[in-house]
Design a protein around this ligand. Structure first.
Ligand SMILES: NC(=O)NCCC(=O)O
Ligand SMILES: [Zn+2]
Ligand SMILES: [Zn+2]
Length: 472
């Protein structure tokens, strides 16, 4: 069994920061202390570096068919980029189809990820419609695949959108089965009305994507989902929260004791709606749903993270080339594939804009990039921790350097980077997944297929404030 020692580093977890060495045997952390015998061991010197638990990205769309095309990054390029960005596990969304057995869709996702991933991975399952047939398949899916989170889209009318009956029945089923329901919370019907109207008025540029999806539309759907969760006495995770209107609904539900959780993404913290007004159709690079918002929302989202109203950061990795994919919508903003490349820069942006700028603590950083996702998605304490017995998923991070984000140096397969030219503080140097280096001194050393599919445990309610939250 291989022995690895990480020495002289500063260990950062969701509850503390301290100096110690880590002894790894095979895939597991076996001891944390000092002066481990080095003979025969692979010794990594982490002096002057932070040692973080590997990032867990709970929201990716790798090789996903969407908007008449397929996302550029697959499980190989996407997870190599993830590893360079300090992420050691991703949870990808398995899309399903009407009248298609759920098992078939899950098998499709297993097939496209097989022998490709360099980090560990798991799947969430989309529920498009709830009925007896679907309901009967769910216990077997939890047992067989360890899929304990179900995704319901409240938007993308005539594509993925489910009705409220489906959402409510999914919440009821999830309560019985111990699963977490995830929602894309925007009112798809009203968006449909507003987009049709805009097009009829000849408004075709990318900025109209944002103007036809105002924050009220996200706030309304978030509030509706939260109310239905309380009624069902179930549990809810709202993905990609972008604005005050939605944060308020989550905070309100949590104050009333509901098991409602929220995720935001780097793009909503570091970019704003003005990017969508860039000339020469460049605004299309910044088309996400929900859309980028007015800048005032950024500080509000940071505050919601530090106060615990929002719990996690997902990348919502959904990359499309600017040339050949985003330009499907050159004459009609509704045809611009929604989404952007984000898997690689999630950790960096949150560290640089959050920790380095004093908006969040180091403990909160670990909590939102790793530990909370592990708890909510049934991976704790195996993942999201630096502790004896946990998987040796570790990131060695140099906080003392700056780097400039660019398409020229990123590892994603896509032809632009949404943060092009942005200078960030800190850099991921070495990344271990279950004790094995996948990135070493910024070089890719992991082999496609070394990432392992992870079955996940059922949902545990951890709605209580964390240590980092009680300190503020
Ligand atoms: N967010 C986005 O624009 N694209 C990815 C699909 C989704 O999460 O809605
Ligand atoms: Zn979404
Ligand atoms: Zn998404």
């Amino acid at each position: 069994m291989n022995t690895t020692i990480i020495k002289n580093g500063t260990i950062v977890t969701a509850s503390e920061t301290y100096e110690a060495d880590i002894l790894i045997k095979g895939e597991t952390i076996v001891q944390i202390g000092r002066e481990f015998p080095e003979e025969g061991a692979d010794v990594i010197d982490a002096a002057g570096r932070y040692v973080f638990p590997g990032g867990i990205d709970p929201h990716t769309h790798l090789e996903m068919p969407f908007g008449g095309t397929v996302t550029r990054d697959d499980f190989e390029t996407g997870t190599i980029a993830a590893a360079h960005g300090g992420t050691t596990m991703v949870i990808d969304f398995c899309l399903t189809g009407k009248d298609k057995p759920l098992e078939e869709s899950i098998q499709e996702w297993h097939d496209k990820s097989k022998d490709k991933a360099v980090v560990d991975y798991s799947f969430h399952l989309m529920i498009g419609e709830m009925n007896e047939t679907v309901l009967n398949q769910l216990p077997g899916i939890i047992e067989e695949h360890g899929i304990t989170s179900f995704k319901v889209f409240m938007a993308y009318k005539n594509v993925f959108q489910a009705d409220d009956e489906t959402l409510f029945e999914t919440l009821l089923a999830a309560k019985d089965l111990g699963a977490l329901v995830m929602v894309h919370a925007e009112n798809g019907d009203v968006i449909h009305y507003l987009t049709e109207k805009a097009l009829a008025e000849g408004k075709t540029e990318p900025i109209y994507h944002a103007l036809t999806r105002p924050p009220e539309i996200e706030g309304e759907a978030t509030g509706r989902a939260a109310q239905l969760t309380a009624l069902a006495d179930s549990q809810l995770y709202v993905v990609h929260v972008s604005c005050q209107e939605a944060v308020e609904k989550i905070a309100d539900a949590r104050r009333k004791g509901a098991a409602v959780f929220g995720e935001t993404c780097p793009q909503y913290l570091a970019l704003d709606q003005t990017y969508m007004e860039k000339p020469n159709f460049e605004g299309a690079k910044y088309v996400w749903s929900p859309p980028l918002r007015d800048k005032k929302n950024q500080e509000l989202l940071w505050k919601a993270i530090q106060s615990g109203d929002l719990q996690t950061i997902g990348s919502d990795q959904c990359s499309f080339d600017f040339h050949g994919q985003k330009d499907l919508g050159i004459d009609d903003f509704t045809k611009i594939p929604n989404g952007g490349p984000m898997i690689e820069d999630r950790f960096s942006i949150i560290y640089s804009e959050g920790v380095a700028k004093g908006r969040i603590s180091l403990q909160k950083f670990v909590e939102i990039t790793s530990a909370r996702a592990a708890q909510l998605f049934g991976l704790s304490p195996q993942k999201g921790a630096i502790a004896v017995g946990s998987d040796a998923d570790l990131v060695i991070f140099n906080p003392g350097v700056t780097r400039t984000i660019s398409v020229d140096t990123h590892h994603m397969a896509v032809d632009y980077n949404a943060f092009e030219g942005m200078e960030v503080q800190g850099e991921v140097e070495t990344v271990l997944v279950r004790g094995k280096a996948v990135v070493r001194n910024k070089e890719t050393v992991g082999k496609p297929g070394s990432g392992r599919y992870m079955k996940r445990k059922t949902f545990q309610n951890l709605n209580a404030p964390t240590k980092a939250e009680t300190l503020i």
